[in-house]
Design a protein around this ligand. Sequence first.
Ligand code: NAP
Length: 278
Amino acid sequence: MANERLAGQRALVTGASSGIGREIAKILAGHGADLVLVARREERLRELADELRAAHGIEVRVEAADLSRPEAPAALFAATEGAGVAIDILINNAGLGVYEDFAWVEWERWAPVIQVNVTAVTELCHRFVPRMVTRGRGRVMNVGSISAFLPTPNFAVYGSTKAYLLTFSEALDYELRRTGVRVIGVHPGGTWTEFMDHANQKMKPMARMAMMSAERCAAIAVKKMLRGRRTVVTGFWNALGMWLLRFVPRALYPRLAGISMGMAVEKASVAAPPAASG
Ligand SMILES: NC(=O)c1ccc[n+]([C@@H]2O[C@H](COP(=O)([O-])OP(=O)(O)OC[C@H]3O[C@@H](n4cnc5c(N)ncnc54)[C@H](OP(=O)(O)O)[C@@H]3O)[C@@H](O)[C@H]2O)c1
């Protein structure tokens, strides 16, 4: 066993069925942490659980949950802390985006973005953090995005949910500073996962070359969490870009974001406006 740094602790990882969350789960398992894996695709979670049990001799539970359903966070809490299964590390990684015209896409597609990226994350923190405070130790990681820093046309809802996580994580970390519980906001740039397919984003060749692997993104996220950082943008160039934004007038942000998005991604689909009635 390579590293037992988190032996005896248990991490709950949302969005562990693919991408960054799956890689975070693997790294935490390598550190000896027991795991609770959460996502909708249960079969994938079960395969990962078998793999990690065999490789690291840890305890791994699978909790299939659809975090777009308002009752999901309470059910997850009941199935873990409520059943005597303490959670020392909460990784709020599950998330989704929709890259399209705000006005013409039906509300049913926007609502889950807010429910999963904001409401579920906030409720999971609200349910699990008090137990961590009582025990005098705990870690929370909220996975945001560099979209949190730039108001991005066609990505307005997604970026705003991530801006919420940026502010929420920083404020909560400070609020908890004397409790032994730390909160980190991790903000990835373009990363190779299934995210783009779900978000309706087709990356252009130049942008593909600049993307990070999910393994690397997860490694940075866990390393910075264990070091006690509050806010992290993954990758040197992403971090530099976000830092340089402070020298750009805020009025230019949407335009800048639109130009850089246009360079990276095929245009978002433009649906026809519905016919006016009445
Ligand atoms: N990839 C990027 O370029 C990038 C950049 C910045 C930020 N991020 C953020 O990184 C995080 C992870 O995304 P990823 O890139 O790894 O994408 P991904 O491969 O699509 O993974 C998303 C994960 O979230 C889970 N998820 C989505 N909707 C869910 C729901 N309703 N209920 C429960 N779980 C749900 C998915 O599991 P199921 O489908 O099995 O439910 C999956 O495990 C997200 O918060 C995303 O916003 C990604």
